[in-house]
Design a protein around this ligand. Structure first.
Ligand code: ADP
Length: 579
């Protein structure tokens, strides 16, 4: 113990006694100050020991800082404490929550430019400071002093220090400022407070900066993982020893399992598909990129994949990872197959009416003797006329498809159309092709006219009624019912035919899609473009509010019949309507 803290030895005279008493008081005060200092240092040391070195999540950082800020306030006997971090983007220091003694609003709006105030000065100069008269101190920003109700304070820079092996600082960077405000019981802050806060600030800066780095890294990792998992393509990664390191969920589904079934095991053991194994093995052995088309599954379940395996090399040039990507190209292959079938169907569909037209014209030309009477000749002309219509319809379907496929919009020629008249005309035309079906129109007497492209409306109805007849080989009733829905009209086409099996219902509006796995459907000639086209024609109609037309399968029961519904806006407008 130092000399001045020694208790007095001898005291006899009253004057001496008073002096001694005074000395005692000083000694006691000094001892109390030392004890407090030691307590504070102990508390600082415990705070530092309690602060974890590596924090990897935001909640954990928040929790740690909360404890830290409480201790800081306790040690310095401050009413308020806050950490402010510098953001280079806006050149400002803002509060990193949690703060102590500040309202949510104060935390949110308290910000200081790095060029201003005590905070700015401490940040720029990297040196701590005490101010004990916030209102009069010319360095303080008076708006902030009033906003936070600050009387006095200590500001300490948060400096990250990089040290070498001998603990010498080799690099340092200031990331923000630690603040305490308003010493309790109206006291002033002193050099001791400043020294203790400085000790804490260095530790705090390191923790914040490490945590931010870790949090950023783990967020980036999570993002990457999520992206990988959400990829539609399957991704499989194996290391140089052939151990599976990663399988995203698409790949797990393709391989028929869950990711944990594969990860950490030899790919030769866990991947059953020989062709896929070969792709991975080829890449591993040949140490080069390999690309193969592989088919997995059997029969109708077969799916086609483009499997592409790439090599990732380590620093020593050796194969570190092989990453295989499985792209599902089943739909592309199906469309290609359907396109080929389509070309042959269309050629057939074009040749049939042409053969018939040629046949009847040749017969008429050869009849030089006038063998056929007028009514027979008229019948022949009517057949030729019908076959020409059939050809025209098919060609206009093909032209429309090619417009849609090339990304061009379908031009609308809008006029006011009497829907009932158009429907009646189409019903009688369609009725003339069949005597096995009874075609019927059902509409209210006062059914409204609409603004639409009449030609397109006719194509829509022709297709739907044509299908209703085609796919009811045993005949029956075909009904076209009209409904006024206010802003739009709906047309329901119902038949009593084959119906559509459940598994095809979502797909019949896709181009070239035909119900081809059912004998009855297969025996009906089709091209698979009718409904695709009907959808495009209906959707080309839209009103000023952006509501578009549409077509959908409303109801279907196999062997009982189907109902298709079309909706068109009552007042279609040209071009793209404002949504
Ligand atoms: P297609 O030229 O083959 O008739 P669509 O696109 O018009 O082409 O129809 C697609 C498929 O939907 C058809 O091949 C048929 O299997 C089925 N389909 C369409 N309309 C009906 C219906 N009214 N009843 C039963 N099946 C239908």
């Amino acid at each position: 113990m130092a000399d001045d803290t020694r208790p007095p030895q001898d005291a006899s005279a009253p004057g001496d006694l008073r002096k001694e008493l005074e000395r005692y008081k000083i000694v006691v005060a000094e001892l109390q100050r030392k004890i407090k200092g030691m307590e504070a240092q102990l508390s600082t040391a415990t705070t530092m020991a309690e602060m974890p070195q590596v924090i990897v999540t935001k909640p954990k950082l928040h929790e740690t800082l909360q404890r830290f800020i409480r201790k800081v306030a306790m040690i310095s006997q401050a009413e308020k404490a806050a950490i402010m971090l510098y953001s280079p983007e806006d050149g400002e220091l803002t509060v990193l929550p949690p703060a102590l003694g500040l309202t949510t609003e104060q935390v949110k709006f308290f910000r200081v430019r790095a060029t201003e105030g005590v905070t700015g000065q401490v940040f720029r100069e990297g040196a701590p400071t005490v101010f004990n008269d916030a209102v009069r101190d010319e360095r303080t920003i008076k708006d902030n002093v009033a906003f936070l109700n600050v009387r006095n304070g200590v500001c300490v820079p948060l400096i990250i220090k990089k040290r070498d092996e001998e603990d010498r600082v080799v690099e340092q960077r200031t990331i923000g400022v630690l603040h305490v405000f308003n010493k309790r019981m109206g006291m002033d802050f002193n050099e001791e407070d400043l020294r203790l806060l400085q000790m804490l600030a260095e530790q705090c800066a390191a923790i914040i900066s490490n945590a931010q780095l870790y949090i950023q890294l783990s967020e980036e990792k999570e993002e990457l993982e999520e992206t990988l998992q959400s990829l539609k393509a399957g991704v499989i990664a194996i290391n140089g020893e052939g151990e599976v390191r990663l399988v995203n969920s698409a790949a797990a589904t393709i391989l028929g399992g869950a990711a944990p079934d594969f990860v950490g095991r030899a790919f030769q053991e866990v991947i059953k598909e020989e062709r896929l194994k070969r792709v991975l093995d080829d890449a591993l052995q040949a140490k080069d990129e390999v690309s193969h088309e592989i088919s997995l599954g059997e029969g109708r379940e077969t799916r086609h994949f483009q499997a592409q395996a790439s090599i990732m090399r380590g620093d020593n040039g050796g194969v570190q990872h092989v990453v295989a990507i499985l792209n599902d190209i089943t739909d592309i292959r199906n469309v290609e197959r359907m396109k080929t079938a389509f070309v042959s169907t269309v050629s057939h569909e074009l040749r049939t009416p042409l053969t018939s037209i040629k046949g009847f014209i040749a017969t008429l030309l050869e009849d030089e003797e006038g063998y056929f009477d007028d009514s027979t000749r008229r019948e022949f002309y009517e057949i030729i006329d019908q076959q020409c219509d059939r050809l025209t319809r098919l060609i206009s379907d093909l032209l429309n498809i090619s417009r849609i496929e090339s990304g061009r919009s379908l031009d609308l020629h809008l006029t006011r159309v009497n829907v009932v008249d158009v429907c009646s005309r189409i019903i009688s035309a369609q009725q003339s092709y069949t005597d096995r079906h009874r075609l019927r129109l059902e509409a209210a007497d006062s059914f409204p006219g609409i603004v639409c492209d009449q030609d397109k409306l006719e194509q829509i109805l022709d297709n739907l009624l044509g299908n209703a007849i085609k796919y009811s080989p045993d005949g029956g009733e075909v009904k076209l019912a009209l409904f006024d829905e206010g802003e739009s009209v709906r047309m329901d086409v119902s038949d009593q035919g084959l119906g559509i099996p459940e598994r095809h219902r979502d797909r019949i509006f896709e181009r070239f899609h035909m119900v081809d796995d059912d004998v009855d459907h297969r025996s009906v000639k089709g091209t698979g473009i009718g409904l695709y086209l009907v959808k495009a024609l209906a959707q080309a109609h839209r009103n000023v509010n952006g509501a578009t037309g549409d077509v959908w399968l409303a109801h279907s029961v196999v062997d009982e019949g189907s109902t298709f519904s079309v909706r068109l806006p009552k007042e279609a407008v040209e071009g793209r309507a404002q949504a």
